[in-house]
Design a protein around this ligand. Structure first.
Ligand code: ATP
Ligand code: MG
Length: 260
């Protein structure tokens, strides 16, 4: 499907443009993500992958284009004049996605449990007991049952990253955005984190994952988007990874497979 008005994806991005100074990083990105599917976004360094994810979570304000997640939409080309209304729309859109960063950004002075309930209790105003019960269930889901009293520094990198995933899920996002979730990890820790992400895909979470782990991507991806030079140069299903049509996708995959 393409990002036309007739589509009904959970996530719809149309005509996204973003410049930093005089460097145009996104040149009209269109994408649709269906609910309950996993989308893998790949492309060369500097092609704009992180900027796309940050735009979805409005950590970055695009210059033009629109983003809709579920019933929250922001048209960056036609923002409301009134500041309060602008803020409200951005906040509503941001609340629909959760972000997992390359290097886990846990609060170092808080326990694992503290990290997980901070957002639900402080930001969403949910009852503490309920947040704690959900946090325990999430820890079990990421294979860390019983570690709620540990501090981040007492956990391995892979464990910290799994806490990072649980923390993003604790806010009940409609879509989880993962930006190279394993690239900062020692090789022996990569598998446990990919395993958790694979399980989330199997449970029906909607995922958008930036990753260079091509084998993992083949396993998990319902949709593959290849970003190059600020546009999606090729898109499709898993065949984009196995039988790419575009020359630049072929070159990129050959490089990644050679490096991996
Ligand atoms: N805050 C910023 N200020 C200035 N330039 C930026 C900023 N963020 C990103 N850029 C530039 O935008 C371009 C795209 O960056 P982005 O981080 O989206 O790429 P990427 O595809 O995620 O790359 P990588 O694979 O290395 O993570 C790069 O040239 C980068 O230097
Ligand atoms: Mg990046």
């Amino acid at each position: 499907m393409t990002g036309t008005a007739a589509t009904t994806g959970l996530v719809e991005v149309a005509g996204l443009e973003k410049s930093f100074g005089d460097r145009q990083v996104l040149r009209g990105v269109d994408l649709t993500v269906e609910r309950g599917t996993a989308t893998v976004l790949l492309g060369p360094s500097g092609s704009g992958k992180t900027t796309v994810l940050r735009s979805l979570n409005v950590l970055e304000a695009p210059d033009r284009g629109s983003v809709r997640i579920g019933d929250a939409a922001v048209d960056f080309s036609a923002m409301p004049k009134e500041k309060g209304e602008r803020r409200r729309r951005i906040k509503a859109l941001r609340a629909r996605s959760g972000m997992v960063f390359q290097a886990h950004n846990l609060f170092p002075h808080m326990t694992v449990l503290g990290n997980l309930i901070e957002g639900p209790v402080q930001v969403q105003g949910r009852p503490r007991d309920e947040a704690v019960a959900e946090a325990r269930a999430l820890l079990e889901q990421v294979g860390l049952a019983g570690r709620e009293d540990a501090y981040p520094s007492q956990l391995s990198g892979g464990q910290q990253q799994r806490v990072g995933i649980a923390r993003a899920l604790a806010l009940k996002p409609e879509v989880l955005l993962l930006d190279e979730p394993t690239s900062a990890l020692d090789p022996e820790l990569v598998g446990e984190v990919l395993g958790v992400i694979r399980a989330l895909a199997g449970e029906g979470w909607t995922l958008i994952i930036v990753t260079h782990e091509v084998r993992f991507a083949r396993d998990v991806a319902d949709q593959v988007l290849f970003l190059d030079g600020g546009v999606i140069a090729e898109r499709g299903g898993g065949e984009v990874l196995t039988e790419p049509r575009e020359e630049r996708t072929k070159r990129f995959l050959a490089r990644v497979l050679e490096a991996g």
